[in-house]
Design a protein around this ligand. Structure first.
Ligand SMILES: [Zn+2]
Length: 283
């Protein structure tokens, strides 16, 4: 049984003492591929090194996180586009809108997003989105603002499916439905296992396994069983287990379908067609 981890921050300083051990432990826990998320210009070099050192195993995505407005300059944008052209680069991210902690900087967040969507269109890169509604969900919907932006300006791959991921989904059903209609998959992580997250579990059930991918967002968001500890890609099987129990489906099925979804999404690059077929047929 193989899994794909679609959202890790292995460049984080939380892994400075034992990064290679954590990575090897991931592979021995059944993780076949890891998407490394590098969303600050300060981290890009570390993610490039991971992509270089773990060819065909770790695939970085690069971007500028909502809120890092000080990183939006010509020099960084040129560097970002160079990174996105690397053969091991899987896409653009994590980018988006976050109104939860601070909804006073929407203009700045939109400025970054505009620039990232423009790059996605020109370089034909799938996107990993970070989206979080404000505390007053109705008046501060990051999901709806993102959807409006994508509907108007996102020309990359105008297909019904496989354009990107709504990572760490935390919205309501309408947010999920709007995302699915835009061709996005839903990233499910340890928050699925948190006791109070009934609404999220129901939304995932409704969205269907054919529309989800697995992720940890490590070192953040450890599943319920290890709350308070550092999260790692090796926790992916535990998240799959929780989903399998909730949906009354075999964990092998969850592993197979979510891996096929991830392979299909990222096959734009760098996964080859044969790998997609393997993901679909062999678990
Ligand atoms: Zn993240």
């Amino acid at each position: 049984m193989k899994f794909i981890e679609t959202h890790a921050h292995l460049s984080d300083k939380a892994f400075n003492d034992d990064r290679n051990e954590v990575i090897n432990k991931s592979f021995s826990s059944g993780i076949e591929k890891i998407i490394e998320i590098s969303c600050s210009a300060k981290d890009w070099q570390n993610a490039l090194d991971l992509g270089e050192n773990y060819k065909n195993k770790i695939f970085p995505v690069f971007g500028i996180y909502p809120g890092y407005i000080e990183e939006l300059n010509a020099e960084n944008l040129a560097k970002l586009q160079d990174n996105l052209k690397k053969d091991f680069c899987a896409g653009l991210g994590e980018i988006g809108l976050d109104y939860y902690w601070d909804n006073s900087k929407k203009k700045e967040q939109f400025k970054i997003l505009d620039s990232m969507i423009d790059i996605s269109n020109r370089l034909e890169k799938i996107c990993v989105f970070h989206t979080r509604n404000g505390k007053d969900e109705k008046n501060d919907s990051a999901y709806m603002d993102l959807a409006a932006k994508l509907k108007n300006d996102w020309s990359f791959n105008n297909k019904k499916r496989n354009r990107g991921i709504l990572h760490c989904f935390s919205g309501n059903w309408e947010d999920a439905k709007t995302g699915l209609d835009l061709g996005l998959l839903i990233g499910v992580n340890g928050t699925f296992t948190y006791k109070k997250n009934h609404e999220l579990r129901e939304i995932i059930k409704k969205a269907g396994i054919e529309n989800i991918v697995l992720e940890t967002d490590c070192p953040y968001l450890p599943p319920q069983a290890i709350r308070g500890q550092r999260n790692e890609p090796s926790q992916i099987p535990l998240i799959a287990q929780a989903i399998s129990e909730y949906l009354s489906a075999k964990v092998e099925y969850i592993a197979g379908i979510t891996s096929a979804n991830a392979n299909e999404l990222f096959s734009n690059k760098p996964f080859s067609t044969s790998e997609v077929e393997n993901g679909l047929s062999g678990e």
